[in-house]
Design a protein around this ligand. Structure first.
Ligand code: ADP
Length: 162
């Protein structure tokens, strides 16, 4: 059984993340979507529990996908869970440098762990959680950027915080 981990901050999950999760679920027997709590991001819109709950709702139709969270090292989480690979989405050349560095470090920490890169879909090349938050803060329509299951929640939270 081949297990993959899709890590991220998912604050909130976007259609770009879901594209990578869906494609991973087609490639691997089991996919663990990991909400990483130690990622350095200045502000969080949703708590880790809320992000996990939203991911679970969005991935409800994917039976081999599980959602969890971790405050530790990805390489350790992969070891504990018996994961074979980390799957990351690559949007642009700017993603490459940091992802390449992380992949090499993770392999030093856990030599059996491979990192697999999937190219972003052409429709989500430009998409990030921060873009979604920025557009929503200015009242823009984020319908095409986030899964329908979480749209109202994201719009409401942005309205509360701005
Ligand atoms: P963000 O940059 O949106 O905050 P995360 O840190 O949660 O995203 O990213 C988690 C993973 O999802 C990373 O591998 C990232 O490259 C990938 N990813 C994020 N957005 C997209 C997208 N639009 N298309 C493909 N992959 C993406």
């Amino acid at each position: 059984m081949r297990t993959a981990i899709c890590p991220g901050s998912f604050d909130p999950v976007t259609n770009g993340h879901m594209d990578i999760i869906r494609r991973s679920a087609a490639l691997f027997d089991r996919v663990l979507v990991a909400v990483m709590e130690n990622y350095h991001k200045p502000t969080r819109l949703f708590s880790a529990e809320e992000r996990m709950e939203m991911l679970r709702r969005c991935a409800a139709g994917l039976p081999n996908v599980e959602v969890l969270s971790s405050g530790g090292l990805l390489a350790d989480l992969a070891y504990e869970k018996g994961a074979d690979a980390v799957v990351k989405g690559l949007r642009a050349v700017s993603d490459f440098e940091i992802e390449f560095q992380q992949a090499l470090i993770n392999r030093q920490l856990n030599p059996k762990l491979e990192t697999v890169f999937l190219t972003a879909g052409s429709e989500s090349m430009f998409l990030s959680s921060s873009v979604v938050k920025q557009v929503a803060q200015f009242g823009g329509d984020i319908r095409r950027f986030v899964p329908e299951e979480i749209l109202d929640e994201v719009v409401a939270r942005i309205a509360e915080t701005t």
